[in-house]
Each structure stands twice: as C-alpha cells, then as structure tokens.
Design a protein around this ligand. Structure first.
Ligand SMILES: [Zn+2]
Length: 313
C-alpha cells in the first residue's frame, strides 16, 4: 500500500492492539467513502487523493497521469497564483492533446488555496464524521448489489469454473481491460479492440460497445424484449435476471450473459494478442454454440439443438 498521509502505517507485525489492527484493515473502505476538503493544499496529493468532485484524478485520467512529471505532487506544489502548473515528461502527441485539454478543463474550476489544514471528510453522513453503524450499512449495500445475482445457480451449472470466476471479476469491474491495466501504471493507447471508437473500459467492452450490442440483440430480439442496457456489469446481471421472469427456461436464460461475455473476451484477446479479427457473424455463432454446449451440460441427459435452446429461452 502506498504511503498515505491520512492514516498510520498498516500493522504488519504480530504485535499490537487487535482493535486498532481491525480498524486499520478497514481503512480502504473508509477512504473510499471520504473526500478531502482542500484548504492550504499541503496534505492533499493532486493525483492520489480523492478531493475533486468528479473523483480520483489518477483513475479518471490514467493516460494524463502517465505523462506528468510530478505524480506524487501536492496541490500546494502545483497551484500558483496564475493557476495550475503541470509539466509533462515529453512533447504531447496529437492524440494526447485532447485528453490533456479535458483534464485541464476538469481541474480548472478550482477555487484556490485558503488558510487552514486540509481535512478528510467522510461522505457517509452530513457531518463528515465517521460512524460505524452507517459505514456498516454502506458496505452491506455495496455487497448487496452483486449478492442479488444468483451466484449459486451459476456455480452449480456446469459452465467452466474459469468462466464463473471471470463473470465474478467482471461484476467487480476487475478484469484486465485497458482501463484497469492503466490503473497499474502501464501506458497504453486505450482504444476498444472491437469498435476502435472509444476507450476500452469494462462497461464499454461488455455492455455498450456497438459490436457487443449485436450479441445482446440476438437474444433480446428473439424473445421480443425491449431492454435498456444498464451502466454497469453488476447492474446488468441483476436486470437480466429480472428480464428473465418471462423466459421459458430460467436456468438457460441466466447463462446468456456469461456466453456473450466469454465470446467477446475471446475475440478481444484474439485481436489484442494474435492480431486475428473474426467477423461479428462468427462471434455471434461462437456465442450461441457456447450457450448450447453449456445448456447440454446443464441437463446432461437431455441433448438439445441450437433451435431448441433458442426456442426455450
Ligand atoms: Zn467498442
């Protein structure tokens, strides 16, 4: 864990008071629900701390973060009477200029420094003061979002274990798409490998990419369902389950997102690592075949054809 001015060091020795150790272990949870209120700016790291209303700047602009020279800088070091003073490691390429401009527009409305120490403000309540009962509720709500998805059925069905793990990672938005790779400090020219039109993020690649949308449409138009694609994978899982109330076979219905995501992930990796591009028709077929294969494993004594599977969902 990087050095964090807002908290004492993590307890790594076997000694020490266990209550403090437990509180210390929950620090990430506290920090995720906190904002820094900037006064004199000497305690707030511009890239690392959560002070901007839009969120953590390193996570919002990982590409710009990789270009600046003073990544560990405090606000007081970078703010001058003339405004922000960022330096870059090298000349910007044409395609980077727009991103840097977006970044500068985001930090532009800063009100300037004031007297007084920067303070950590907990956003769980209106008073900014940490409260155990409220924090517990927030943590519970977060877990609940994914808890609603019928993991048990997914684990029980005989889809490959690695696919179940993959879906779970997706729901936590932790797969190694380019947005997550860049959060680890590796610079990439982050374009979606399927449409080439926008940044590759988990939610774009698996939900909103126009290429991926064509796979969702196979099943939606087959069932004549109009479905609004949610913003996040975890919400999509929940909403898909609700849409499946009318499905003839719920067990098969709930395998569909995994079959779409696995087919998309395979295609994305084939383009990324092997430079092999398949047509969308081929990927659609892969997705349907995968679903049929899993359906056949789901009811091992009942061999079904593609037509049977599509008719039964
Ligand atoms: Zn795309």
């Amino acid at each position: 864990m990087p050095k964090d001015k807002w908290m004492t060091k993590e307890v790594t020795t076997p000694y020490g008071v266990s209550l403090w150790r437990s509180i210390r272990n929950l620090w990430d949870e506290v920090k995720n629900n906190s904002k820094v209120k900037v006064f004199y700016g000497r305690k707030t790291m511009i890239w690392k701390d959560n002070w901007h209303e839009k969120g953590n700047l390193e996570e919002l602009f990982p590409d710009v973060y990789n270009l600046v020279t003073f990544q560990q800088g405090f606000i007081a070091d970078l703010w001058t009477l003339q405004g922000w003073n960022f330096n870059f490691r090298r000349h910007l390429n044409d395609w980077e200029v727009q991103r840097v401009a977006d970044f500068l527009n985001t930090v532009e409305p800063f009100n300037g420094l004031q007297t007084g120490k920067d303070v950590l403000w907990w956003t769980g309540n209106n008073r900014g003061v940490y409260e155990v009962s409220r924090a517990y509720k927030l943590m519970d709500q977060k877990n609940q979002q994914i808890k609603n998805w019928p993991w048990k059925q997914i684990w029980k069905s005989r889809i490959p274990y690695k696919v179940s793990c993959f879906v779970r990672l997706l729901a936590k938005e932790a797969t190694l798409t380019q947005d997550n790779v860049m959060k680890r400090g590796i610079t990439l020219c982050s374009r979606c490998f399927l449409c080439g039109e926008t940044l590759e993020t988990v939610n774009h690649l698996f939900l909103h990419c126009k290429y991926t949308q064509q796979l969702w449409r196979i099943f939606l138009s087959h069932r004549g369902i109009s479905w609004t694609m949610p913003g996040k994978v975890s919400e999509a899982l929940k909403s898909w389950e609700e849409a499946g109330v009318l499905a003839k076979d719920k067990g098969r219905w709930r395998l569909i997102p995994a079959s779409i995501w696995w087919a998309i992930w395979k295609e994305r990796n084939s383009r990324c690592f092997e430079s092999i591009e398949n047509s969308v028709q081929k990927v659609k077929l892969n997705c349907i075949l995968l679903l049929c294969f899993w359906c056949n494993q789901l009811y091992s004594n009942d061999i079904v054809s593609i037509i049977d599977v599509l008719d039964s969902i």
